[in-house]
Design a protein around this ligand. Structure first.
Ligand code: ADP
Ligand code: MG
Length: 254
């Protein structure tokens, strides 16, 4: 349909993002280059403050990098006007947050249909129900977020992110607000969407068990790519992480 299977679905080239702060400049991302495979599940791991959310937001066109390029499929996001970027985010990108971000006054079905409304389309009943069925929630269409568990709310958020059939699903700590059993169910769902529908997925996490569900784990430290592991176990991820954590004051580097 779009590009062949071998081209990356997202390519970050020499990406830097700095923030001005009171004391000077923070290098949230420092010349990051990485390719994310099409039809694949990639986890981005790293200590708190290592730049994971900044990377995801730049890759998804929610934030503009200070320098470098983000190429999504065949599109260089830096060359898009604000309007074109908004349209691309709406049509080609799905984003799931730790805190679900559902609208509390809308039912599950209304939340799921929202991206279509924003695109000027009236969501079809069948379409919305199919999206909820994909995340295992066909019986909950009329429920408000307050009437659902955290895991169910995150499933609604995933259905909402996928209803436009985006090229890439981005998720920032999607299990961070869930207990571990519910979090596992959400990870299983993400894994199934990749395996059965070829949904390209990029997930930020700091949980080695969550990361071990991915095909590839990319490690960030201090705004730079530190390593990448293919199909690691959670033990391998945890072991790699211990060598990324900033050394405590007075400690010695390995
Ligand atoms: P992570 O998601 O890995 O915890 P972030 O991408 O949120 O890391 O942040 C990376 C660095 O950039 C941190 O030092 C953080 O304090 C800084 N940072 C992030 N957002 C902002 C902002 N809006 N203003 C200033 N500094 C920021
Ligand atoms: Mg973060």
């Amino acid at each position: 349909m779009h590009q062949n299977q071998r081209t990356p679905v997202v390519r970050l080239e020499n990406l830097s993002r700095t923030y001005r702060s009171g004391h000077g400049v923070v290098h949230a991302l420092d010349a990051v280059s990485v390719d994310f495979d099409r039809g694949s599940f990639t986890a981005v791991m790293g200590p708190s403050g290592s730049g994971k959310s900044t990377l995801l937001q730049c890759a998804a066109g929610l934030d503009r990098p200070t320098s470098g390029r983000v190429v999504l499929d065949d599109v260089d996001l830096g060359e898009l006007s604000e309007n074109a970027l908004t349209a691309l985010r709406r049509d080609r990108i799905g984003f799931v947050f730790q805190s679900f971000n559902l609208l509390g006054a809308l039912t599950a079905a209304q939340n799921v249909g929202l991206p279509l409304r924003l695109a000027g389309r009236r969501p079809g009943r069948t379409e919305v129900h199919a999206a909820l069925a994909r995340v295992g929630l066909d019986g909950r269409t009329g429920h408000l977020p307050s009437e659902m568990s955290g895991g169910q709310q995150q499933r609604v958020a995933i259905a909402r992110a996928l209803i436009t059939r985006p090229q890439v699903l981005f998720a920032d700590e999607p299990t961070g607000a869930l207990d571990s059993a519910t979090g596992r169910d959400v990870l299983t769902l993400l894994r199934t969407l990749v395996d059965e529908e070829g949904q390209s997925t990029i997930m930020v996490t700091h949980d080695p068990v969550a990361a071990s569900c991915a095909d590839r784990v990319v490690f960030l430290a201090d705004g730079r790519i530190a390593d990448a592991l293919d199909r690691p176990t959670s033990q391998q991820v945890a072991e790699r992480m211990t060598r990324l954590e900033p050394v405590a004051a007075g400690g010695t580097a390995p």
